[in-house]
Design a protein around this ligand. Structure first.
Ligand SMILES: [Mn+2]
Length: 306
């Protein structure tokens, strides 16, 4: 069916896609492009450091880790969100690459943003980049379907204007990878509009890169080089505790690493690592998907029962 006159204020169309994601395989690029552009316009007006105040006792925040094209996990999470009605939902990035339904996952997350812009938020992960998409599958999948490199630029334009971290009640920080060696990074991101990303990235690109890429390491002191590549670091408990103190934080929630047990605590249960793609490496190395709930300024890890 050709929907050349798709109007995105027609929510029934977007709701229909969320309820029937298999229809994404039939969508014309023109309509996908409208979703991309509408979402980009919303992200542009957000801040690179998102700040939220939620009421203790009553309001919950759901934090979702890497999805990596796992549509089953994503749909199950949406079902739980629709049932439990949290105030906010924050995706920690890495929506695409590796899984079998990458475009579907990306579009569904963007449609949720368009339909409920003050409920759903999406942070930038290390896979929200062209380099990673070229290496891990999303770019090839996209080109096979649409046969046009230029069309992929519309996705890159979205990546560039995604926020980098989110702060809940001034004390709980959410981000994709980890803390950066630049302890003032949050101050530098604060009050910077996403659409001004070029100015910000030019001055603190390495700090942002580390937020998207770094990993915690138990038993480590300080920072040490990561196997992930140049400019990427493991961080130990002492620098973590320092970063938290300097920034007056109580907890950090991050994603970026898949653990067989689903989630993992670090550093005296002050850092929670979640991952929201089940059986990410296949059924021979199974892992449950996890997510986190923020309530009463505490963080509660959850395993997803599929
Ligand atoms: Mn990652």
């Amino acid at each position: 069916m050709i929907r050349s006159s798709l109007n995105l204020t027609d929510n029934s169309f977007l709701n229909d896609i969320i309820n029937n994601p298999h229809k994404i395989s039939e969508l014309e690029f023109d309509n996908i492009s409208k979703i991309f552009k509408t979402a980009k316009n919303i992200f542009e007006e957000e801040f690179l450091l998102l700040e939220f105040n939620v009421k203790e006792d009553v309001e919950e925040v759901y934090v979702i880790g890497d999805i990596h094209g796992n549509l089953n996990t994503l749909m199950k999470l949406i079902e739980i969100i629709n049932k439990n009605k949290p105030k906010l939902v924050i995706f920690l990035g890495d929506i695409v690459d590796r899984g079998s339904k990458q475009l579907e996952c990306l579009l569904i997350v963007l449609i949720l943003k368009i339909l409920f812009p003050l409920k759903y938020y999406i942070l930038r992960g290390n896979h929200e980049t062209l380099e990673m998409n070229e290496y891990y599958g999303f770019f090839q999948d996209f080109i096979l379907r649409f046969n046009d490199r230029n069309k992929f630029n519309e996705i890159l334009n979205i990546y560039n204007v995604l926020p980098i971290c989110a702060l809940i009640n001034g004390t709980i920080l959410c981000l994709h990878g980890g803390i950066s060696q630049d302890f003032d990074i949050l101050t530098k991101l604060k009050n910077q509009k996403c659409k001004d990303f070029e100015i910000v990235y030019n001055s603190i690109a390495q700090g942002i890169y580390q937020i998207m890429w770094n990993d915690p390491k138990a038993e480590l002191k300080g920072f040490s080089d990561s196997f992930r590549g140049a400019g990427i670091f493991f961080f130990g408990i002492d620098v973590f505790e320092n970063f938290m103190k300097v920034n007056a934080l109580t907890y950090l929630i991050r994603a970026h690493e898949c653990f067989p047990e689903g989630f993992r605590w670090f550093f005296n249960k002050k850092l929670l690592s979640i991952f929201s793609s089940a059986n990410y490496r296949g059924f021979y190395a199974p892992n449950p998907a996890s997510y986190a709930i923020i309530k009463n300024n505490e963080i509660i890890p959850k395993l997803l029962k599929l």
